[in-house]
Design a protein around this ligand. Structure first.
Ligand code: NAD
Length: 336
């Protein structure tokens, strides 16, 4: 082989490595989850016939998780407040899978009614005998400026997103430690890793979850069969903005805005299941350039502050002008 052919081969190999690296860096998941998706356990093998309890199963990410889990043969406990919506989700699960009626328990639950959580846990155990996975997904977001937001909204965000989640986990975890096996996956957010304007209380509640579960995980090192995961999605298509708190309790969002730039719900749910099947401790799931921003937050906070100030100012200005604040980060704002 002459020199030019060898050089060409080297160049080709180098190009291949560079292309793979760029693909790796530009993907919509962090490196660990990417690795798990490419080479790890398949959810259809790991989660088949497992009993999975999903909160917030009546819409958005929770609803999609229910469909994907049903299709891969997991048995389900579906929780949220509205029984009728849960029955609709159960019906769809049954029609898209080979699950039987008794494989899906509709268990209406309000995360705010913490006194009811012990009884809900008993009902779940009575039905299935065990719980393999708890997905703490139920929660609400926020779209309002701190200066205009009442303290009741801050209280409500912590009560729901943080204390409601801790309360249910407190009921389920002893069952898992007794068995020495189980997984608790909690849907936090990328704003649980960094801040975001218009979401001071929401971001704080997700930071609280991150701190809580990161600490809990370390307390459970003597239970190697138990996995504590936090999921940090960026913008995902769902009802989250429509259902968000505003500056006053009970005041609805004027318009939920454009969802085009957000990650499809099915993609997010699939990645969460890959993470659970591979016992990934922290999952970052976001379209670009959102995901890159969180790497910058992690490794170059000074640069991140500069960018966040620029983008945040624009988001606040658009919000004040009545434009779609969510689409205003990286795209031209559209009137909401
Ligand atoms: N969609 C996003 O862009 C995004 C991004 C990051 C994190 N998240 C998180 O994902 C999770 C799911 O949200 P989503 O995007 O599917 O929104 P969604 O509004 O479509 O779903 C939220 C679910 O939580 C339930 N819920 C709300 N209050 C409850 C209560 N008091 N008791 C029990 N259930 C209650 C709702 O009924 C619904 O089923 C939330 O924790 C949210 O913070 C969403």
């Amino acid at each position: 082989m002459d020199l030019s052919v060898t050089s060409l081969l080297y160049f080709g190999a180098l190009l291949y490595v560079v292309v793979q690296l760029v693909r790796f860096v530009c993907a919509d998941v962090d490196f660990t989850l990417q690795w798990a998706a490419a080479f790890g356990n398949k959810p259809e093998i790991k989660l088949r016939r497992k009993v999975v309890w999903i909160t917030g199963a009546s819409s958005g990410i929770g609803e999609e998780l229910a469909y994907q889990l049903a299709r891969l043969g997991a048995r389900l406990i579906l929780s949220a407040r509205r029984e009728k919506e849960l029955e609709r989700v159960k019906h769809c699960c049954l029609s898209c899978s080979s699950l039987q009626e008794e494989d899906i328990l509709v268990l209406p639950l309000d995360l705010l009614e913490r006194d009811s959580h012990e009884a809900k846990m008993k009902s779940a155990i009575e039905h299935f005998g065990s719980i393999d996975v708890l997905i703490n997904n139920g929660g609400r977001s926020q779209r309002s400026l701190f200066l205009e937001t009442s303290m009741e909204v801050y209280e409500a965000l912590m009560e729901l997103n943080y204390l409601g989640t801790v309360s249910l986990t407190k009921q389920v975890l002893p069952h898992m430690t007794q068995r020495g096996t189980g997984a608790v996956a909690t849907v936090s957010s990328v704003v649980g890793l960094a801040g975001a304007p218009l979401a001071t209380g929401y971001s704080a509640s997700k930071h609280a979850l991150q701190g809580f579960f990161n600490s809990l995980r370390t307390e459970l090192t003597e239970y190697p069969g138990i996995t504590i995961s936090t999921v940090c999605p960026g913008p995902v298509q769902s009802q989250v903005v429509h259902n968000a708190f505003t500056e006053q309790l009970g005041k609805p969002i004027p318009a939920a805005g454009d969802q085009e730039h957000k990650m499809p719900t099915a993609r997010c749910a699939h990645l969460i299941l890959v993470g659970i099947a591979n016992r990934v401790k922290e999952m970052w799931i976001a379209n670009q350039p959102f995901l890159c921003m969180y790497y910058v937050w992690q490794y170059m906070p000074t640069v991140a502050w500069y960018l966040t100030d620029l983008l945040g100012r624009r988001r606040v200005q658009n919000f004040k002008a009545g434009l779609d604040a969510d689409a205003a980060y990286f795209t031209r704002a559209k009137a909401s």
